[in-house]
Write a protein that binds this ligand. Structure first.
Ligand SMILES: [Ca+2]
Ligand SMILES: [Ca+2]
Length: 429
């Protein structure tokens, strides 16, 4: 396509290419389709290259980017779009999106795993063994007692190099994957090895997925029961201390997760801006049998009509999760939608791990890792299951209510799910 830009389109922020549809090669700037939004980063752009890698390009202005970069590199990239912020989907007791202080608690009630009958699978020794779960979030406290043994260690940055130095800290990209010393996760905010959690969100989410069970040493009230305690967690940080992160960093983290071999990706975040790069990344997971589990969001709105991204994208291997409370009612904050929200899971007053202890948080951010953990359990039992088969098993084994405004009218339940999945795999290859 000829490099012919209509500057009114740039200036007035109208849609050139509607994000959310398949994107053909184009040299146009992809815009959100909903006009300018507050979360766009001024003069910062995501460039999707022909090899599908992501580059972040900064310019003095949008027109300078169009003339100075896009025109100069026409034909050398797939598309470009504005970079923007997304945010974590958890709330504090005052229903704020980001809590300044979170009171720690001394005991865990573990009502979530109990409600969805995770113990049915645990009793069959199905605990997520062999499944790598990427938690694309704010990082994770690598010293948290219930998580330190759950972290995925990169074998390519382990051991010693030819000089006898530990590969994890020698300043060399030993496995040549583009990241220096990425031994245990990676920090895409600071572009360095992961040191911990920028706040509490990623550690809390990771605990719901895979906190280690101290089964033989303590009562369940003293520890968090992770859904898949033998799965490995790959913590990839892109949300900073304020709960916001750059979409470009999130996409890079997802690419890292795929390259590392993750079978499930947990994304407890989103925003109102649609990113073509994120959409393409999620769409590409289906052919790799990777399941993307994301949060519906916490605005008590219908995301079929009032879009949130990635929640509303509704792609083939995407599961979008809303929240319920202990009495199995839809959480008052939860987003919903009969097309784009697929199933609900526990998300109110969820006690899980944080740096230095445990805390209760609410949000679709918390409901999402219950499903992520369940997917890890299922893939450890039936590794060949496809995203479609897992979705059908989740739907078929759910507890149903006409009050649940989601595609399955269901809240996840694992009591009968293994039989459901085995039937799906046998009958719908
Ligand atoms: Ca490396
Ligand atoms: Ca190294």
């Amino acid at each position: 396509m000829a490099m012919k830009m209509d500057f009114r389109i740039i200036v007035f922020c109208l849609a050139l290419v509607g994000c959310g549809q398949a994107q053909n090669s184009s040299s146009d700037l992809v815009t959100e389709g909903q006009g300018c939004t507050s979360q766009a980063i001024p003069n910062q752009f995501i460039v999707k290259h022909l090899d599908h890698s992501i580059e972040v390009v900064r310019a003095d202005s949008e027109s300078e980017f169009v003339t100075g970069y896009m025109k100069k590199h026409a034909g050398q990239f797939l598309y470009a779009e504005r970079d923007h912020m997304v945010r974590a989907y958890h709330q504090d007791a005052n229903a704020q999106d980001v809590a300044p202080t979170i009171p720690t608690v001394s005991s865990a009630d573990n009502w979530g795993p109990a409600k969805v009958h995770a113990d049915t699978l645990w009793a069959q020794n199905i605990r997520g063994s062999g499944v790598l779960v990427a938690v694309v979030d704010s990082g994770m406290d690598l010293t948290q007692p219930q998580l330190q043994s759950q972290v995925y260690i990169n074998p390519g940055e382990s051991g010693t190099d030819a000089q006898g130095q530990p590969k994890q800290s020698n300043g060399i990209d030993d496995d040549k994957n583009g990241y220096v010393d990425d031994y245990a996760g990676y920090d895409f905010v600071a572009n360095q090895p992961l040191k911990g959690d920028y706040q509490i969100h990623g550690t809390h989410v990771s605990g719901i997925v895979a906190a280690f069970h101290q089964d033989t040493t303590a009562a369940p009230q003293t520890y968090v029961q992770g859904m898949a305690p033998q799965a490995k967690v790959l913590p990839l940080a892109f949300l900073a201390a304020n709960g916001f992160g750059l979409m470009s960093d999130g996409v890079r983290a997802m690419q890292y997760a795929v390259a590392a071999g993750a079978k499930v990706i947990n994304a407890s975040w989103g925003g109102e801006d649609c990113s073509q790069a994120l959409r393409d990344e999620i769409a590409g997971l289906a052919s790799k049998n990777i399941i993307f589990v994301t949060a519906a969001g916490n605005e008590a709105k219908n995301v079929d009509q009032h879009m949130e991204y990635p929640a509303s994208l509704n792609l083939a291997s995407q599961f979008t999760i809303g929240a319920t409370g202990p009495y199995d009612l839809m959480a008052q904050f939860s987003n919903y939608g009969t097309s784009t929200v697929h199933i609900f899971a526990p998300g109110t007053d969820i006690i899980s791990t944080i740096p230095g202890g445990m805390a209760a948080l609410s949000g679709t951010s918390m409901a999402t890792p219950f499903v992520t953990g369940a997917v890890a359990l299922l893939l450890s039992a039936v590794p060949q299951a496809t995203p479609t088969q897992v979705r059908q098993a989740l739907y078929g084994s759910a507890v149903h209510s006409s009050n649940y405004i989601n595609a399955s009218q269901g809240r996840m339940d694992l009591g009968q799910i293994l039989t459901q999945l085995q039937s799906e795999v046998a009958t719908r290859p």
